[in-house]
Design a protein around this ligand. Structure first.
Ligand code: IPE
Ligand code: IPE
Ligand code: MG
Length: 241
């Protein structure tokens, strides 16, 4: 069990990886892994809300995931569609607010419509804020931020030397949110795969190589929070904060 005097991360990021390998291990099609992963996402999201996490960002589909076989991409989009149908009702009782980060304009219009409805419907909820990273890439997000600021410079609203880190942060999809304190990646891959590059400057990474995302439990989340608590965060200084 976790200690009672532990520090709870305000913002957790999860790279939901290992669905394909989970399915392969069972002799199932990759899609079965994605389905199991999507179900688990609901469980872990509810748990984060229950224990009082303020922001949860989950990596669902990267800007690079378009390079997968068309059948897999199509199946993932169908899964998102099914999820969104439910999401309109889902998480209401839990008071969870759902947002999407990434370029959703590249998705099918019907998905974009459902995303807009889901965000609107949950906008005033005061529990956990869930960011679903869909067609998200950290580099693409920075390019978008640069373009937004360049436009303001071009329009004479901003001088180049006025651009600072706070302004960049405010130009990211996560504007107004704290940076992730803890980023968890199951499945044994030790890389960011383009996840929250700007926001993760001082995130604590916990790579869990003994678990694949569909099997990731509430206990695994607690384990990651315990590891987070064992870290000394100095932010470039000499004293742990
Ligand atoms: C993560 O699982 C889900 C998505 C990227 C959509 P993977 O599909 O990457 O699973 P592995 O890495 O092949 O096991
Ligand atoms: C990262 O996982 C993206 C998501 C989990 C959505 P990938 O499986 O796509 O990353 P790589 O290819 O192993 O780096
Ligand atoms: Mg993977």
């Amino acid at each position: 069990m976790a200690e009672t005097n532990r520090i709870l991360p305000e913002h957790i990021g999860i790279i939901m990886d290992g669905n394909g390998r989970w399915a392969k291990k069972r002799g199932l099609p990759r899609m079965a892994g994605h389905r199991a992963g999507a179900n688990n996402f609901r469980t872990i999201t509810r748990y984060c809300n229950k224990i009082g996490i303020k922001y949860l960002t989950v990596y669902a589909f990267s800007t690079e995931n378009w390079s997968r076989p068309k059948e897999e991409v199509d199946a993932l989009m169908r899964l998102l569609y099914d999820y969104l149908q439910e999401a309109l009702r889902d998480f209401r009782e839990e008071n969870i607010r759902t947002r999407f980060i990434g370029d959703v304009t590249a998705l099918q219009p019907v998905l974009q419509q459902l995303i807009a409805e889901t965000e609107e419907l949950s906008a005033d909820r005061t529990g956990l804020t869930l960011n679903i990273a869909m067609n998200y890439g950290g580099r693409a997000e920075m390019v978008r931020a640069a373009q937004m600021l360049a436009r303001r410079v071009q329009q004479g609203q901003l001088a180049p030397e006025d651009i600072d880190e706070a302004m960049l942060s405010a130009s990211m999809y996560t504007a107004g949110q704290s940076d992730p304190d803890l980023i968890i990646r199951p499945s044994g891959e030790y890389r960011t795969s383009n996840f929250m590059l700007w926001q993760s400057a001082y995130s604590e990474y916990v790579f869990m190589d003994d678990i694949l995302w569909p099997d990731f439990t509430e206990e695994d989340l607690e384990r990651a929070i315990d590891i987070f608590n064992s870290r000394s965060r100095r932010f470039g200084g000499t004293v742990a904060k």
